[in-house]
Write a protein that binds this ligand. Structure first.
Ligand SMILES: [Zn+2]
Length: 456
């Protein structure tokens, strides 16, 4: 092991432009729970100007569910700054995602300090939350067996034997039941009372509370066992069909998000039919979840139907518990994908809904033509932020940067102002076609036309 990690360290060090230039040094080893907590805390302390750690709760056996956050003003939401989360190790025996997120945290901190412009741009414009292990109890079981002995399922569940990715409220069934009624809303579907009479794992509860408490717009849950990115719905639209294409009304948006990760990954989207993940080569490494296999109570469906957040599932590889030798190559395969995914959160349209005096209005809904799901302005934290994924009006977004020609028509918007306010207006603060532009702060304020404001 010392030999391997030394090689990894050397390779990282050599990756700098000149040999004299300092580089990030990461130990590419497996990380026990206590080592993980210590690395995350030390990283946050080293980068205290851009990072801090906080706990979202405890596991069944009392282990911390520790999140490390990166942004230029850690600990607070900033207006029009998108929030993104990365969750690893939901299945305790799928350890690669957990390791990659621990490396990512160290990489972000160190590269920021070293003056890496790309990393500085990402952190200065985004609020990133990383939960490296959602299931530290399950990890403990898997790690006691180790890479060679850990089977396909030992340590998958939490300590109560609950599969956390089946334990979220099943809002998808409610959606299927109601989708044909007129004016049925598909966003912010309430959690049914009956859910609470089932066994809710403390890990599920903590993540649910966390997901509701911050205005996340994008999320990735990292798993293992295959090499593919899947996206909602995970639950089949036909109860008897285990493998049925079951798109959300925002299929196009999800496909783009999935593509962002898969295309930036070293091998996920290539058409080599011998590789891990070859079963998905026809769709170049992305797939609707239910088309792969159907299950209810998953975290991505919950994110989509209960919040503004769009979550994808990343299956990182065929080996759920890779040997230590594989960790550095896996980091190299996934690093660009992780960074691209973080940057992609800026592809959306950002704006706020205000009253005529410029005060934010909470709970206003924004409907965009071409996007089925409404966006609700910043509940909980900030009363006015919203971010619409760009892909909703994709042609316009992409050409929006050069829309000075005037030949492109903007998307049609409707905002509904809550009855507590008499009037409101939509203020756009930025429009971008790609992350690079976003990070340069391109602004096309005023380009939006309001279809109608509906005062009550
Ligand atoms: Zn999994």
């Amino acid at each position: 092991m010392p030999g391997i990690s030394l090689i990894a360290r050397q390779e990282i060090a050599m990756a700098g432009i000149s040999p004299e230039e300092p580089s990030t040094i990461i130990q590419f080893t497996h990380t026990s729970n206590s080592q993980m907590y210590s690395i995350l805390r030390r990283t946050a302390a080293k980068c205290s100007h851009i990072s801090h750690v906080y706990s979202i709760g405890r596991s069944t056996e009392g282990r911390d569910l520790l999140v490390i956050e990166f942004t230029n003003n850690p600990g607070q939401h900033e207006l029009l700054e998108p929030e993104i989360k990365l969750v690893g190790n939901m299945h305790g025996n799928e350890v690669l995602g957990r390791q990659l997120l621990i490396y990512l945290a160290q990489y972000l901190c160190s590269e920021y300090i070293l003056g890496n412009h790309r990393i500085q741009s990402i952190i200065n414009t985004t609020r990133i939350h990383i939960l490296a292990s959602m299931n530290p109890d399950g990890y403990e079981v898997a790690a006691s067996e180790g890479h060679l002995l850990n089977g396909w399922t030992n340590g998958r569940t939490n300590a109560q034997n609950i599969d956390l990715n089946r334990n979220f409220p099943d809002l998808t069934t409610i959606y299927y039941r109601n989708r044909r009624s007129r004016h049925y809303r598909i966003d912010h579907i309430p959690i049914p009372d009956s859910y609470w009479s089932e066994k809710v794992a403390p890990e599920t509860y903590a993540v649910m509370k966390w997901t509701r408490s911050l205005p996340f717009v994008q999320s990735a849950s990292l798993h293992g066992g295959e090499l593919v990115v899947t996206y909602p719905f995970d639950f089949s639209r036909h109860p008897l069909e285990e493998r049925m294409f079951s798109p959300t009304p925002d299929e196009r948006i999800f496909k783009q998000l999935a593509r962002t990760y898969a295309d930036a990954h070293a091998t996920m989207s290539n058409n080599d039919t011998e590789r891990c993940g070859a079963g998905f080569y026809r769709t170049r490494g992305i797939l609707n979840g239910a088309q792969w296999y159907s299950f209810a109570g998953g975290m991505p469906d919950f994110n989509y139907l209960h919040t503004n957040c769009l979550e994808i599932t990343v299956e990182l590889g065929c080996d759920k518990f890779p040997s230590e030798v594989e960790l550095y190559p896996e980091w190299k395969r996934n690093k660009e994908a992780l960074l691209s995914f973080l940057e992609s959160v800026h592809r959306g349209l950002k704006g706020k809904v205000t009253d005529p005096d410029g005060n934010g209005i909470k709970g206003a809904t924004i409907s965009v033509k071409g996007m089925r799901k409404d966006i609700t302005t910043g509940e909980h934290i900030l009363p006015c932020l919203f971010i619409v994924p760009c892909h909703a009006a994709v042609s316009w977004c992409i050409s929006g940067i050069s829309q000075t020609s005037g030949s492109v028509s903007p998307p049609q918007w409707t905002i509904k102002i809550p009855s507590s306010h008499r009037r409101g207006r939509l203020v756009m603060d930025g429009l971008t076609s790609n992350p690079t532009d976003a990070l340069r702060g391109v602004s096309v304020a005023g380009a939006i036309t309001l279809k109608s404001a509906v005062p009550k």
